[in-house]
Each structure stands twice: as structure tokens, then as C-alpha cells.
Design a protein around this ligand. Structure first.
Ligand code: GRF
Length: 200
């Protein structure tokens, strides 16, 4: 059977992208990483992808007058790379409903909270402000409702005494790096059982 072709969309350091790409480097993985695309030229993940031998490109959102122009350019890159799955990994752009519709059922995202708690930004600070004893991350399908698509897996960590948003974010990242590859591997193999991981 031919392997799936996954494009990974990033905006920053790309540590989740690296975790996904490392996982896909296994010969028996049902997908391979065919493209890493960033909307920001300064994203550190671009160099990390290139070092791993993955095509790495920037489509700078600032070069486009509107979201649909940007999405069309991203779509063209995805098509050229032969992508059939899109993995958002710290991709900080809202895409158009048309783009989402084109990829529905084939586009995943990782969000740094236990959804449906804390959709949107500043999740770590909001979890602390709410007095949460646990925090976590969610991998979900991307639909037109922001951070509200079907949940495919969640990872949970404790909130510790004296945690700052930065400390909590740093402690959550290793859980993200475990969860996303595990969920994606199952998803691409057609296994829709949800993944739950706990460090509590
Ligand atoms: C992760 O915490 C991800 O959940 C969030 O942005 C961060 C990206 O980190 N949306 P990286 O670029 O994968 O290192």
C-alpha cells in the first residue's frame, strides 16, 4: 500500500513538526513527511526540516492582500508536493472556510489545552488563572469551528505550585511531542480510537 503524504504547517520553532517527522521516518509508518511550510520566514522549524531532508518552504502571509490569496498560494504548494494530509503544528494563521472544506477529514491540529477548555490563545495563562490542577493538549480534526473539531486524542499533565505560563508551556511540550505522532499514526492507519496519555 502506498504511504500517505503529510504536509506540516508551522509558524515557529517546529518542535512538534520534528516529533512528527521523526515518527514518520520509520519505514513502517503509514505516512511520510512531504513538505514543511511556514507562513513566517524566520520560523526556526524551516532549517530543522531542511536538515531532516524534508522540502521546507515559506509562504509569507504578509505578501498577500487577503487570506484567500495566501490560502491559494499554500494550496498550490501542497498540490505541488503531492500532499494528501495536512498537519498543523504551531501554525498561527486562521485559514479560510474554503481551505478547511477542501481538507476536511484530512487536516489535524494540536492545541495546547484540554479542549473544549481554553480554545484560542494564551491557553497556559488562562489555565493558571482558572486555578486548574491539570493542563494538557488536544489533537483534533480541523473544522470551520475554531479549535472545536472532533477530538482524536488528549494528553494531561499536572499544574505545579508556582507554575508560570512559560514553565507550564515548557512542561507541556514533551507531552505534545508524544501525543501528536501517536494520534497521527493511528489516524492515518484508519484507527479512530481516541488516544489518552497522562503524566499526572
Ligand atoms: C505548541 O505548544 C502548539 O501546541 C502551539 O504552539 C506551540 C508550537 O510549538 N499551538 P512548536 O513550534 O511545535 O515548537
Amino acid at each position: 500500500m502506498s504511504r500517505g503524504r503529510a504536509a506540516i504547517l508551522i509558524s515557529g520553532g517546529g518542535s512538534n513538526m520534528v516529533a512528527l517527522a521523526r515518527s514518520m521516518a520509520a519505514a513502517d509508518h503509514p505516512a511520510e513527511a512531504c513538505l514543511v511550510l511556514s507562513n513566517r520566514p524566520e520560523a526556526g522549524g524551516l532549517a530543522r526540516a531542511a536538515e531532516m531532508g524534508i522540502e521546507a518552504v515559506c509562504v509569507d502571509h504578509r505578501s498577500f492582500a487577503d487570506r484567500s490569496g495566501f490560502d491559494a498560494a499554500v494550496t498550490e504548494r501542497l498540490r505541488a508536493a503531492g500532499a494528501d494530509i495536512v498537519l498543523m503544528a504551531g501554525f498561527m494563521r486562521i485559514v479560510t472556510p474554503d481551505f478547511i472544506a477542501a481538507w476536511e477529514g484530512r487536516m489535524l491540529n494540536i492545541h495546547p489545552s484540554i479542549l473544549p477548555l481554553f480554545p484560542g490563545l494564551d491557553t497556559h495563562a488562562r489555565a493558571l488563572a482558572a486555578g486548574m490542577a491539570v493542563h494538557g493538549c488536544t489533537v483534533h480534526e480541523v473544522t470551520s469551528d475554531l479549535d472545536a473539531g472532533p477530538i482524536l486524542g488528549q494528553g494531561v499533565i499536572p499544574v505545579l505550585e508556582g507554575d508560570t505560563p512559560e514553565a507550564l508551556a515548557a512542561r507541556l511540550l514533551p507531552m505534545e511531542h508524544r501525543l501528536y505522532p501517536e494520534v497521527f499514526r493511528r489516524f492515518v492507519a484508519g484507527d479512530r480510537r481516541r488516544v489518552t496519555l497522562s503524566a499526572v
